[in-house]
Design a binder for this molecule. Structure first.
Ligand code: SF4
Ligand code: SF4
Length: 253
């Protein structure tokens, strides 16, 4: 039986999610016999044209050229997976969506007049996506689960609940209860609560949990005395185009 052909694409991103793929190389080697990675410019020098069975896409869509390219990528892949916060929600660069583009660009680029920037979105703004793998970067174990699931024709279990649940299971002292604004109550789990477990508040890079009560969470932040501007900044990070988060940014930004 022919091995599934896998392609890995990069759009506007830091490369960190593709690096996670390289970081699981030892485990990937166990299943590498079952797949054929035929297109992976960051990892190999010889890359083949499509069609592909599976496309893993890292990065956000930020300009007219990328809109056309992601449509071609979609047409060449039977299954399309959004890999990481950039591909799912636009990532950290989507925070620019709330700033006037023509004011921002001259501050960054010398020859900004030639740019064809659009607002920054995840790939499903433009094409249908079969599976979203959240996180900044994606979690290695989850990534492996997804690859194995694709091979076996099953759907990987992606946690729908909040980061708080994973944080409690690790018996961490709650930062929120100590007055530190942590987004765990509204953030999607699957990272093992890695940030709060290391003393840093969750920034909700995985986007909103399925049942996130964002309104109630914002009320709690206000009761803590967090200013509106800071509330908007908290929701304007990696997943600012997720509808419940975008609504908060529009209200408080
Ligand atoms: S989701 Fe994070 S780690 Fe992955 S490419 Fe985007 S910025 Fe980099
Ligand atoms: S530290 Fe953050 S993630 Fe952990 S329980 Fe408290 S609010 Fe939830």
């Amino acid at each position: 039986m022919a091995k599934p052909k896998v392609a890995i694409f990069k759009f506007a991103s830091c490369g960190g999610c593709q690096l996670q793929l390289l970081n699981i190389e030892d485990k990937l080697l166990d299943i590498i016999g079952a797949i054929d990675i035929v297109y992976f410019p960051m990892g190999k020098s010889e890359n083949l044209e499509g069609p592909y069975d599976v496309g893993l896409v890292e990065g956000a869509i930020t300009c007219a050229e990328e809109i056309e390219r992601i449509k071609k990528v979609r047409a060449s892949c039977r299954i399309l997976v959004a890999l990481g916060a950039c591909a799912c929600y636009g990532g950290i660069q989507s925070s620019r969506n709330w700033m006037p583009q023509r004011e921002l660009e001259p501050k960054v680029y010398e020859h900004w007049e030639a740019l064809s920037s659009t607002k920054c979105f995840g790939i499903d703004e433009y094409v249908p996506v079969d599976l979203h793998l959240h996180g900044c970067p994606v979690d290695r174990e989850e990534l492996l689960e997804v690859i194995k699931g694709l091979l076996m024709g099953t759907r990987a279990y992606l946690r729908p609940h909040s980061v708080c649940m994973e944080c409690k299971l690790r018996e961490n002292e709650c930062l929120f209860l100590k007055g530190i604004p942590c987004m765990g109550p509204v953030a999607r789990a699957g990272c093992g609560a890695v940030c709060p477990s290391n003393g840093a508040p969750c920034s909700a890079c995985r986007g909103p949990a399925n049942d996130a009560n964002v309104e109630s969470f914002v009320e709690s932040l206000k009761e803590m005395g967090i200013p509106d501007e800071q509330i908007a900044r908290m929701f304007r990070r990696d997943a600012s185009t997720a509808k419940p988060f975008a609504k908060v940014v529009s209200m408080y930004g």
